[in-house]
Design a protein around this ligand. Structure first.
Ligand SMILES: Cc1cc2nc3c(=O)[nH]c(=O)nc-3n(C[C@H](O)[C@H](O)[C@H](O)COP(=O)(O)O)c2cc1C
Ligand SMILES: [Mn+2]
Length: 486
């Protein structure tokens, strides 16, 4: 049963003992961060601050901040289930024969059933504030001591591609400049920034944007998914929750927002206007540098009578976004394998902040196969940001970072097996020589073949023989030694 909204999800978290209410006053300036940081790093629950200092609106944080909570958010007992559902759809795309095609019909009908639905009103319109409103009334966090101000950190930012009319929804932070203006931190590679560029080129003077805060978890989660341009996040959200997302038209523009949202900020950008944004304590664990970004002017706020403000913090890993990203790693594997079937598994360890380190295992079939896979990943959507890619053979478990380090470091002749390339890098990379311009490293840690010019013998990994292992398992017990898994 799909969650109807954020509160429905909160109730589920509470039922599963995954939520703690905090009924005394806590300051959204730094204090909530310290609570959330400690909680996520100690396996603590989601937190609902009922009395944030200076606001009547409660704050929800860490609602996705564990494997279990991601499963609850997506209503599965393991996120691999989502991956399997996607695989089933992909397999059914090209059925063989009449029976296959007939079998596909109900699936197709089901796909249609995921498309967002426009409705005439919804809870996000309980209060419409055209004149008398200010962001100061909301418990927006100042996350870290060196931050330039308060930041809305978990928004769903809606815009339209002016050429195709297609909607995009991305999660881009908004720095509060004053009660009615914020920054719009969509990085240059993201879809919102692309819409903005196109509108400027067409000589438009204004761009409508709508920002929804707090909704059912699948809808919120869809805003961070690295989807291809023009693929509607709301459709994917419908697929994830198994029920269409209901969308309602904005008061001041033609954009639509989820009807179940807690708070909606409607407004526009003056094209050409930019303002210094940041610094901001970012998910790299460092402060991202201040830079110029567009300015979002609020025209109207619509909201529930008693809204809940959903937010997150990022910072030294692992944080809530690690768990959101980990689910992406699992969910997108079947899609990646559609183009690169040789990939067995991928893993992005927390310390690599997603794009800094990707471990990939492949079934190697031809000389320099590992190089082909690296280049393909650098050409694949937001995986283009991958700073270091380590490719290993399929017998290496990439989920086990210590096994990868051990085998990869043994297997490489660095001069031969490491490749540097230039390419676009994540806007948050503070080490690149220019913003968005830098290099990447591919490490081919697979066994080298004679067809690759390697003529020496390649040794086997050391393993004890099975019969000895079994015999010693018995003798181990006999000796009264403490349990030790083989
Ligand atoms: C908590 C959180 C905050 C994020 N903040 C930003 C941001 O400020 N700017 C940005 O460009 N991407 C940010 N992202 C990443 C984007 O949401 C992500 O790249 C998404 O796929 C972009 O969607 P798009 O492809 O539709 O542009 C953030 C992700 C998370 C999980
Ligand atoms: Mn998108």
């Amino acid at each position: 049963m799909a969650y109807s909204d954020l509160r429905d999800f909160i109730a589920a978290l509470e039922k599963h003992k995954e939520l703690k209410r905090i009924s005394f006053e806590v300051d959204p300036v730094l204090e909530i961060t310290e609570f959330a940081d400690r909680a996520v790093k100690n396996g603590g629950p989601a937190l609902l601050f009922e009395k944030p200092k200076g606001s009547k609106v409660p704050v929800l944080i860490n609602s996705f901040a564990s494997r279990r909570r991601m499963e609850l958010a997506l209503e599965v007992d393991s996120v691999e289930k989502v991956a399997r559902r996607i695989s089933e759809y992909l397999e059914l795309r090209m059925p063989e024969g009449l029976i296959g095609k007939l079998k596909m019909l109900p699936m197709l009908a089901e796909v249609g059933a995921f498309f967002p639905k426009t409705v005439s009103s919804g809870p996000c319109k309980e209060i419409i504030r055209r004149d008398n409103f200010s962001l100061d009334e909301y418990p927006i966090l100042k996350c870290w001591p060196g931050d330039a101000g308060r930041f809305i950190t978990l928004p769903m930012v809606f815009s339209k591609n002016p050429d195709t009319g297609k909607r995009n929804c991305g999660c881009y932070r908004l720095q509060v400049f004053d009660g009615r203006t914020t920054g719009m931190h969509w990085q240059t590679h993201k879809q919102g920034a692309e819409h903005h560029r196109r509108m400027r080129k067409e000589g438009k003077s204004r761009m409508d944007v709508a920002v929804a805060i707090g909704a059912d978890p699948a809808t919120m989660y869809s805003a961070i998914l690295p989807l291809p341009p023009d693929l509607d996040e709301m459709m994917i959200a419908g697929f994830l929750r198994g029920k269409p997302v209901e969308m309602v038209k904005c008061e001041t523009s033609d954009l639509e927002v989820p009807a179940n949202a807690e708070i909606v900020l409607e407004g526009y950008l003056e094209l050409g206007e930019q303002r210094r944004e940041g610094p901001f304590g970012d998910h790299t664990g460092f402060y991202s540098l201040a830079d110029d970004y567009p300015v979002f002017h609020l025209a109207c706020i619509t909201q529930r009578k008693h809204p809940i403000y959903a937010t997150t913090i990022v910072g030294p890993p692992p944080m809530e976004d690690f768990y959101m990203g980990q689910a992406i790693e699992r969910i997108f594997l079947p899609l990646m394998r559609l183009q690169l079937p040789e990939i067995r598994d991928i893993h992005m360890p927390a310390e690599g902040i997603f794009h800094n380190l990707i471990l990939v295992s492949i079934r190697k079939s031809y000389p320099l196969h590992a190089r082909k896979v690296m280049h393909a990943i650098w050409g694949l959507g937001q995986a283009m940001f991958s700073k270091v890619i380590v490719v290993v053979d399929e017998d290496v478990d990439v989920q086990n970072v210590s096994e990868v380090a051990w085998k990869a470091l043994n297997n490489i002749d660095p001069e031969r097996d490491i490749q540097f390339v230039l390419g676009p890098v994540d806007s948050l990379d503070h080490s690149s020589r220019l913003p968005n311009y830098g290099s990447k490293m591919g490490i081919d840690a697979t066994r080298k073949w004679k067809e690759e010019g390697f003529t020496r013998p390649w040794p086997d990994v050391i393993r004890m023989s099975e019969d000895v292992k079994q015999r010693v398992a018995e003798l181990w017990k006999k000796a009264g030694l403490p349990d030790a898994p083989p």
